[in-house]
Design a protein around this ligand. Structure first.
Ligand SMILES: Cc1cc2nc3c(=O)[nH]c(=O)nc-3n(C[C@H](O)[C@H](O)[C@H](O)COP(=O)(O)OP(=O)(O)OC[C@H]3O[C@@H](n4cnc5c(N)ncnc54)[C@H](O)[C@@H]3O)c2cc1C
Length: 378
């Protein structure tokens, strides 16, 4: 069967791309090793933070705002609540790059942001105990995305627009020749005019079939839910958060409908092979102790571990994304290396991938995410 476009990897980025491509009338096939949304890659665990004033750099702000608009559109079309406007509290030392980028992003793009000293933070949220060398930047318009529901919503719409989604179909071989694409799974061969590679932690091995050896590092990450005093931590009163502390960069979510407080650590983690089984939460001794230490330091209200999970980041050396056309094959678009902060953008990344495939260009500025920055240095 011949398609206009094949998408390898129907996860966060790929499912959104499948929606935008099929909506534009492209005959689209999405192939996935599992049945998305699933808990084998980078998109499980109920929730992801969306922030607009962006600590990782001002370049991301227009994308974050466009992504937020597209999430609202998706909610309207599907009549599902995918976003909770809890606000996000970013904590750190006033002089840190992360905090400075947040403040300058909010000034440059006129984003609402309350900059609070430690005593103001402690007063506003009784569940937080901040030492006086930290400040808090509270962004009231941002919040939490229900990640699996977002993927499910794009999946339903992509199918409605005629996309075919083949699950449990792991791609084994890719050949691109003369603007024609041939894709093989264990059982079948498919043909198309164009290709999107959005395979998350598995992108490295697939892209090497297209002569690209990119410095992508799949990394084991952990996160866990803790029993929480609902009075202090329920999502109507308590925000999602990101804390840059001297011990590490931690993030978390309020208790959503009694789920408990969810906490994870952004920095660190061991390099892994995504094709091998990953140690579960608690199989590494520090998993619980590390998160517990964070809670004891900053939210010390006798939280008890409920359960934890593991997930994968795909890190690039500079922790910025790769969103680009293949340097040799102009009919191949690539989205990878989301370095643990990509989910919020998946709506707009899906749209960008669709535009790249259809017209070879996009209205968004994706120059910071170019593949060439890694090819030159190899
Ligand atoms: C614990 C954790 C917390 C996070 N928190 C946040 C947050 O708060 N905010 C935020 O914005 N981001 C966050 N992220 C990052 C975000 O979730 C990821 O950047 C994003 O999900 C990556 O999307 P992806 O499409 O690249 O990967 P995935 O969503 O994993 O999709 C890749 C898909 O490709 C498929 N695939 C792989 N190989 C093949 C093959 N050979 N053939 C067919 N299919 C294949 C996989 O099965 C998978 O479905 C977090 C990530 C983790 C792990």
């Amino acid at each position: 069967m011949h398609y206009d476009v094949i998408v390898i990897g129907a996860g966060s980025m790929g499912m959104a791309a499948g929606y935008f491509l099929s909506k534009s009338g492209k005959r689209t096939l999405l192939l996935d090793s599992f049945n998305p949304p699933h808990d084998k890659g980078s998109h499980h665990g109920d929730t992801r933070i969306i922030r607009h004033a962006y600590g990782e750099g001002e370049d991301y702000v227009p994308l974050a705002l466009k992504a937020q608009e597209l999430w609202h559109d998706l909610e309207k079309v599907t009549q599902k609540q995918l976003f909770l406007q809890t606000g996000v509290l970013n904590v750190g030392n006033e002089k840190s790059d992360f905090i400075q980028n947040i403040i300058s992003s909010s000034e440059r793009y006129s984003l609402p942001l309350d900059v609070l000293d430690s005593s103001e933070v402690n007063k506003r949220w009784a569940g937080i105990t901040l030492p006086n060398d930290y400040i808090g930047c509270f962004e009231p318009t941002s919040g939490v995305l229900k990640c699996e529901d977002c993927i499910e919503a794009y999946r339903e719409l992509a199918e409605l627009h005629g996309a075919s989604i083949l699950t449990n179909s792991k791609v084994k071989e890719i050949v691109v020749h003369d603007k024609k694409v041939t894709i093989k799974t264990e059982e079948q061969t498919f043909y198309s005019d164009a290709l999107v590679v959005s395979a998350g932690a598995w992108s490295g091995s697939l892209l090497s079939m297209l002569n690209l050896n990119l410095p992508l590092k799949p990394t084991r990450k952990t996160f866990a839910w803790f029993d929480a005093n609902e009075h202090l931590y329920n999502h109507k009163d308590f925000p999602a958060f990101s804390f840059e502390t001297s011990q590490g960069l931690y993030y978390g979510f309020p208790s959503i409908n009694g789920s408990g407080l969810k906490v994870g650590r952004h920095d660190g983690g061991e390099k892994i092979n995504p094709d091998e089984s990953i140690l579960g939460f608690g199989e590494v001794e520090e998993d619980e102790a590390d998160l517990m230490q964070f809670l004891n330091d900053y939210m010390p209200f006798k939280q008890q571990l409920k359960y934890g999970k593991t997930c994968m980041y795909t890190l690039t050396p500079d922790e910025h994304f790769i969103i680009d056309l293949h340097p040799t094959y102009s009919n191949v678009a690539i989205a990878s290396g989301f370095s643990g902060h990509g989910f919020k953008f998946s709506s707009v990344v899906g749209q960008i991938l669709g535009e790249l495939i259809i017209s070879g260009k996009t209205e968004q500025n994706i120059s910071p995410f170019s593949i060439n920055r890694f090819i030159k240095s190899l």
